[in-house]
Design a protein around this ligand. Structure first.
Ligand code: FE2
Length: 147
């Protein structure tokens, strides 16, 4: 799996974004402004973004302003930090565990988000998956004991 990081002019981006969308098959986009005064339930969302998770779809983000960090898991389960500033266009393939955290000094970011279809936003948290696996293991052990 390859994480793609490109530079695009964050002001005059229309032509480049249209070209990238045609190339990668992005059919929908929107803009999210992640600031305490623009995002309802800001604290709730920030906590979710910062909790390790993955998605069944690629996460495609183009930073228009602000700063932050995507942190992704390497194959040997270490965190790799990717700083995102205005002009950074990132394609994070599906299935990679990651989280998003704010920059220490500049708490806010504006993203253009791009999507390959109309599928609803789906998020799977690593801790919950681990708990589910542990629960299944217990069930199997119990079943084994019965036999
Ligand atoms: Fe995500």
């Amino acid at each position: 799996m390859i994480i793609m990081l490109m530079k695009v002019d964050p002001v005059n981006y229309r032509e480049d974004i249209d070209r990238i969308s045609a190339e990668y098959g992005f059919v929908r986009e929107d803009i999210v402004e992640v600031f305490p005064h623009t995002l309802e339930d800001f604290d709730y969302w920030i906590k979710r973004f910062a909790t390790e998770h993955h998605h069944p779809d690629s996460e495609v983000r183009f930073a228009l302003s602000g700063k932050g960090y995507f942190e992704v898991r390497s194959q040997d389960d270490q965190w790799i930090r990717i700083e995102v500033v205005a002009g950074d266009f990132l394609i994070l393939p599906s299935g990679i565990f990651h989280r998003f955290v704010f920059h220490e000094e500049e708490k806010g970011i504006v993203f253009l988000r791009l999507f390959q279809d109309d599928a609803p936003y789906r998020i799977y948290f690593r801790e919950k998956e681990a708990q589910a696996k542990a629960a299944n293991t217990t069930t199997l052990k119990t079943a084994t004991l019965v036999h």
